[in-house]
Design a protein around this ligand. Structure first.
Ligand code: NDP
Length: 486
């Protein structure tokens, strides 16, 4: 018998494949978008937005103050009555137009999202922007079918809704908020995050191109103080917030005793559970997708990895091998898997929690890679020997860091997964459909994925339990927070 010749191990390097930003035409400065027009802020204040991968300023952005907010509320109230009075089919057509224009400008939006936020172009191009457009398409379809989405109950819009979004999915979060609000007949005032305002401002241009009636959408860039002032503003009827649990609690306190609706989408420490009967290679891909997608800046990131003891060694070995193949670097390069951390402040938070993990005795492994000289970077990191009381198993790190714990039985997996003040999402990896349903029904998590992770769709509801917030976004369930049932 002749021996099979040994196969040659092939290794190769990727050539750089940077997406060109040459055709992107950004202004040097952006004002506030109120009454269908860009204007200088009445506050007289502005701050730069910076590319986190290069630390270079991209543009000067208005910081809206109380006078800007009062002006936006006044024009939004005037516009809302007419908007709600439009035939529902006509409202839907405007949303449809916005969705189409987002698709037409998709490449530009993806590049700007990546420049402003640091996420890999592959993700902004293939996930953020297409999903943002898909949300507008989805709610365009709901506009004239609200009765079906609301079980036939009589309903009316809130009026003017204030919407505050974070920096991790800037345009997508804006779409999650604006599309259902407008479909239900509300006018909206959106405050993007201070570090990532640009795509919301391009969306304002799209609203102009779509000839959306002035005042139906206002965009007020600014900082935390702008957000706090917007929450306190007279004349708003609802607040929808996505961000940290701490700020969510402040907002809830600020609204106590006021007749203002509230939905909160807050933080998480989601469990990704791997059972011994799972397809291990598939699970390892899912773990990587669950925690390293968007540098781990994901509220539902699978940051607590729970692996059945019998396969723990195998999963750990395969995960570590796979992690070493992740490519960290220029977010505009199409080969990049892990981009820049959104800000120096966020990098400090990640470093503090990682140091706490080491101090408390967990074993840290960080992928060795050359970090670019400028910008904010953190290489993919795996913690093992983690105890459920360690800070890295309890607190949201919001970075590319996964903490691995083990379990022996299904009951222990459920107990450990639910042992968190959060309850946003979970993943279950198993070959057995029955087991997946049984476990899912006992998990305190708003979303449970089976044999996949971080899978989003505009038709599916998303939201939390416990300190991960309340209210649902997406699908028919996403209509309910934007109407009052009479
Ligand atoms: P924040 O909660 O501070 O920010 C979210 C949004 O709220 C931003 O637009 C922010 O403005 C605004 N904001 C800040 N303070 C107030 C306030 N008092 N009243 C009203 N609005 C306010 O999140 P951070 O950006 O500081 O991130 C901190 C942590 O929050 C992260 O490490 C992560 O753990 C978590 N987080 C969770 C997110 C999620 O999707 N669930 C998203 C982002 C963060 P500005 O940006 O201008 O400060």
């Amino acid at each position: 018998m002749t021996a099979t010749p040994e196969r040659t191990r092939l290794t190769w390097d990727y050539s750089p494949a940077p997406e060109s930003a040459d055709h992107v035409r950004l202004r040097d400065a952006y004002g506030v978008f109120v009454d269908g027009e860009f204007a200088d802020p009445r506050s007289g204040r502005a701050a730069p937005t910076v590319n986190p991968a290069t630390e270079q300023e991209i543009a000067q952005i208005a910081v809206a103050g109380e006078e800007d907010i009062a002006h936006a509320v006044q024009t939004a109230r005037a516009a809302q009555a007419k908007w709600a009075a439009l035939p529902a089919l006509e409202r839907g057509k405007y949303l449809f137009r916005i969705a189409r224009l987002m698709q037409e400008r998709a490449r530009e939006l993806a590049i700007v999202e990546t420049m402003d936020g640091g996420k890999p172009i592959r993700e902004s191009r293939d996930i953020d922007i297409p999903l943002a457009a898909a949300h507008f398409f989805h709610y365009a379809g709901w506009a004239d079918k609200l009765a079906y989405g609301l079980a036939g109950r009589a309903h009316r819009p809130h009026g003017v809704v204030a919407q505050i979004v974070p920096w991790n999915f800037p345009l997508l979060m804006a779409a999650w908020k604006l599309a259902p609000a407008l479909a239900c007949g509300n006018a909206a005032i959106l405050k993007p995050a201070e570090t990532t305002p640009l795509t919301a401002l391009l969306l304002a241009e799209i609203c102009q191109e779509a000839e959306l009636p002035p005042g139906v959408v206002s965009i007020l860039p600014g900082d935390g103080a702008t957000g706090a002032a917007l929450v306190r503003a007279e004349g708003i009827s609802k607040v929808a917030f996505t961000g940290s649990t701490a700020v969510g609690k402040n907002i809830q306190a600020a609204l106590a005793g006021r007749d203002v609706g509230l939905t909160l989408e807050l933080g998480g420490k989601s469990a990704n559970i791997v059972f011994e009967d799972a397809s291990i290679d598939q699970a390892v891909e899912g773990i990587v997708q669950g925690i390293f997608f968007n540098q781990g800046h994901v509220c539902c990131a699978g940051s607590r990895l729970l692996v059945q003891e019998s396969v723990a060694e195998q999963v750990e070995a395969k995960l570590w091998e796979r992690m070493q193949k992740l490519r960290l670097g220029d977010p505009l390069d199409k080969n990049t898997d892990v981009g820049a951390v959104n800000s120096g402040e966020q990098l400090e938070r990640i470093e503090t929690l990682v140091a706490a993990g080491e101090d408390e005795g967990a074993t840290r492994r960080t992928v060795a890679c050359d970090l670019p000289e400028r910008g904010h970077w953190f290489a993919p990191t795996l913690f093992t020997e983690v105890s459920p009381v360690h800070r890295i198993a309890v607190e949201e790190i919001f970075g590319p860091v996964v903490s691995m714990l083990t379990f022996r039985t299904q009951a222990e997996a459920i107990e450990k997964a639910n042992n968190s003040k959060y309850g946003l999402a979970a993943g279950i990896w198993t070959d057995k459909g029955g087991k997946a349903f049984e476990v899912a029904s006992q998990l305190q998590a708003g979303v449970v994925w089976q044999n996949t992770y971080n899978h989003f769709d505009p038709t599916a509801a998303f939201g939390g339990y416990k300190e991960s917030g309340f209210g649902r976004e997406g699908g028919a369930a996403g209509l309910r927070p934007y109407v009052r049932i009479s």
